[in-house]
Design a protein around this ligand. Structure first.
Ligand code: FAD
Ligand code: UDP
Length: 374
């Protein structure tokens, strides 16, 4: 008899498995319908021996010391500051938009102070920032919005930014200095030996049994268990009783080039050209030395694996109905990006999972998370 059946071996499921087994001595069965652990953060070596991320580029960044220290039990880190260039008007310029972006694009030589004025003169004064369009035009005006955000967003989401919550484009800061890092977080690191290695260490415990290539529906009736932790899509759990919750998908196309370095930055975004949104060159992220280099092109899709919840009011309303069902389902805990329909980064999912564990274990978070691994 297992104490817990955990559905999904991504961050949400693996953190819970680790905590319940190591922290509370519970017997855990964790399954995933994919043939591997790690969820969307899964990485592996391709045919040429280059470490790639199977489900698109995953860069770890967090402001949470607790999350950083928790994961540090299972991996060493490689310091890595992520940088992105955007292809706009025939040039490659920094995104997030910063002082250099404006100077390069308009062939100017503004100072930080002057670029602040440049933005202020163009920014649209809005009473309320509701949409992803508002979030950008209220800061830098319509022209930069159209060059960098409008078409990228339409391609990525098949929605106009005016149809998406402000939170989507607000992920990208606007800067008046020369900081060209994609993220501003305190901790910006990559797992030294990759994500999958880190997951292996999290799940390496005598109380944890792993079954990959297994949909939980194939085993839930056969394998006795007291409780369930569910990290898959919440609408699927309830057989879509209220209809499908929209999730956005991607198709990944991988390529290996017979050169050491292919593009001038880890990621190049293509807001206005091509069917793909961005191209990632993995060796920048992993620090691997190799004579060849592997890339991934991301093509947004309506159908396919559910990768992104789509933040907009009507979807939030539909999710609330599923959330109420979930809350009324005894002995099943819903956690993670798909099960709580939240556009969360990895660190936010880890924090959410640690919070759920504290609730289950009835202990304050600090005490439960920093236990040493033998
Ligand atoms: P998942 O990793 O999706 O895990 C859920 C698992 O449940 C899946 O493996 C799935 O196969 C399994 N499952 C579903 N249904 C069933 C079932 N019926 N039976 C058994 N198993 C089931 N975050 C960052 O912090 N930095 C980044 O740079 C970053 N880049 C990203 C890039 C892309 C293209 C995408 C899509 C996401 C990115 N993220 C990034 C977000 C990150 O992937 C998530 O925050 C994180 O992986 C979510 O973990 P999770 O455990 O909630 O979900
Ligand atoms: N975005 C954009 N242009 C860019 C980068 C981002 O319009 O060059 C918008 C787009 O809507 C995107 C969102 O900002 O979906 C969030 O970008 P992020 O890079 O955080 O997306 P993720 O890595 O989660 O796919």
């Amino acid at each position: 008899m297992f104490d817990y059946l955990i559905v999904g071996a991504g961050f949400a499921g693996s953190v819970l498995a680790e905590r319940l087994a190591r922290g509370s001595g519970k017997r855990v069965l964790i399954c995933d319908k994919r043939p591997h652990i790690g969820g969307n953060a899964y990485d592996h070596h391709d045919d040429d021996g280059i470490l790639i991320h199977r489900y698109g580029p995953h860069i770890f960044h967090t402001n949470s010391r607790e999350v950083y220290e928790y994961l540090s039990q299972f991996t060493e880190w490689r310091p890595y500051m992520h940088r992105v260039l955007a292809s706009v008007d025939g040039q490659l310029v920094p995104i997030p938009i910063n002082l250099d972006t404006v100077n390069k694009l308009y062939n100017l030589n503004l100072t930080s102070f002057e670029v602040e004025k440049f933005f202020a003169e163009r920014a649209e004064k809005l009473e309320r920032i509701k949409t992803s369009e508002d979030a950008i035009v209220s800061k830098v005006g319509r022209e930069l919005y159209e060059k960098f955000f409008r078409n990228y967003t339409r391609k990525q989401w098949d929605l106009d930014p005016s149809e998406l919550d402000a939170s989507v484009t607000s992920r990208i800061p606007i800067r008046t200095n020369r900081d060209d890092r994609y993220f501003g977080d305190t901790y910006q690191v990559m797992p030294l030996h990759g994500y999958t290695r880190m997951f292996e260490r999290m799940l390496n415990h005598p109380n944890i049994k792993i079954m990959v290539g297994t949909d939980y529906r194939e085993i839930e009736k056969m394998i006795p268990h007291a409780e369930v932790i569910y990290t898959g899509p919440v609408d699927a759990y309830f057989d879509y009783v209220y209809g499908k919750l929209p999730y956005r998908s991607l198709e990944f196309k991988f390529e290996t080039k017979n050169v050491e370095v292919y593009q001038p930055a880890p990621v190049v975004n293509y807001p206005n050209e091509h069917a793909y949104t961005r191209v990632t060159e993995f060796k920048y992220l992993t620090g691997q030395d190799h004579k060849k280099t592997s890339l991934v092109y991301e093509y947004p899709r309506a159908e396919g694996d559910p990768y992104y919840p789509i933040p907009r009011p009507e979807n939030a309303e539909l999710y609330r109905k599923y959330e109420a069902l979930a809350a009324a389902t005894p002995n099943v805990h819903f956690v993670g990006r798909l099960a709580t329909y939240k556009y969360y980064n990895m660190d936010q999912v880890v924090a959410q999972a640690l919070t759920l564990y504290s609730k289950i274990a009835g202990a304050p978070r600090q005490k439960t998370t920093l236990a040493k691994v033998a």
